[in-house]
Write a protein that binds this ligand. Structure first.
Ligand SMILES: [Cu+2]
Length: 318
């Protein structure tokens, strides 16, 4: 049985049975948000995992690679208490949000967790604002990511190699929330530290809104390609209207430290089926940087040909 977890529209809290990207929503409205939100506090646990991996998790024993999707609404502040349950120095370092040097997560700024230590990191975000000279400055909204910056080297090279990374989504008020959400990290020549036929199989039902967050780490350039689907090359992956000149793409450069995200309507115009996603550098895809986006029928059943495609995926790379 390959069924992923069901998910509602009201909240982006989603856990995938395959791929391991539990999400953390930021329900500001439920907290009585009135323009200036109180800091929201979460606790993350860094733990050793089988296969020489290390992951972040929202509870002891729940660490995954990638770690949970952390979400903020623009304007919100997130206080992260990181518990280091390993014997290694490690940290958490975000992209895209604002933080003081004490929350940098780098040994350079003496900002990390010693083995067994608990440490709080504070991330701030902001809405677009007008500078004193009148120019508009960007807000924090975007598909970002976080990662270790201290294990092994001063750049966290061992931590990154072993899986200490995850997605950070900062949403603008009014952004459309997905039915399902998946993190894809091209790390070295792996996908989420796995290669085909063990690379993640992400699932959805025909017509569901699916959000992909793509991130890269390591020493190689990559190109991310998704079969049968396309998106607008901007912050959200969506157009503002029929005349929006944003290019439409289905393939995008993904270099170390980069990230982007987009939403698609699963199977829209192409139908259900086993759709590949992969790195488009041939030597990488041939070596197993290939996974599947399995779009089921609306009732959850598999469409004709999907079983065979799944078998071929497993046979081809094993
Ligand atoms: Cu590649």
């Amino acid at each position: 049985m390959l069924a992923g977890a069901a998910a509602g529209m009201a909240t982006p809290v989603i856990t995938s049975a395959i791929g391991g990207t539990p999400a953390l929503a930021a329900p500001l409205e439920a907290n009585g948000f009135r323009g200036r939100p109180r800091p929201r506090r979460i606790t993350l646990f860094a733990e050793e995992l089988p296969g020489d991996m290390v992951g972040y998790g929202l509870a002891p024993g729940e660490a995954t690679v990638p770690g949970p999707v952390l979400e903020m609404w623009e304007g919100e502040t997130l206080e992260i208490q990181l518990v280091n349950n390993t014997d290694h120095r490690l940290s958490i370092h975000p992209h895209g949000v604002e933080y003081d040097t004490e929350s940098d997560g780098s040994p350079l700024n003496d900002s990390f967790n010693a083995p067994g230590e608990c440490r709080t990191y504070v991330w701030r975000s902001r809405t677009p604002y007008r500078a004193e000279d009148g120019a508009w400055m960007p807000g924090s909204a975007g598909y970002w990511h976080y990662h270790d910056h201290a294990m092994g080297t001063d750049h966290g090279t061992e931590g990154l190699t072993r899986g200490l990374y995850g997605a950070l989504v900062v949403r603008r008020r009014g952004d459309i929330l997905p039915d399902r959400q998946y993190t894809i990290v091209f790390n070295g020549t792996t996908i989420n530290n796995r290669v085909a036929p063990e690379a993640p199989i992400f699932e959805a039902r025909l017509g569901e809104r699916v959000e992909f967050i793509a991130i890269s780490h390591g020493n190689s350039p990559h190109t991310f390609h998704l079969h049968g689907h396309r998106w607008a090359d901007n912050r959200t992956g969506m157009l503002a209207g029929p005349d929006d000149p944003t290019p439409t793409i289905d393939n995008k450069d993904l270099n170390p430290g980069s990230s982007f995200g987009f939403q698609v309507i699963a199977g829209k115009g192409v139908g259900p089926g086993a759709w590949m996603y992969h790195c488009h550098m041939q030597v990488h895809s041939d070596d197993g940087m290939t996974g599947l986006f399995l779009v089921r029928n609306e009732d959850g059943s598999l469409p004709p040909g999907a079983e065979e495609a799944l078998r071929r995926y497993h046979a081809h790379f094993s």
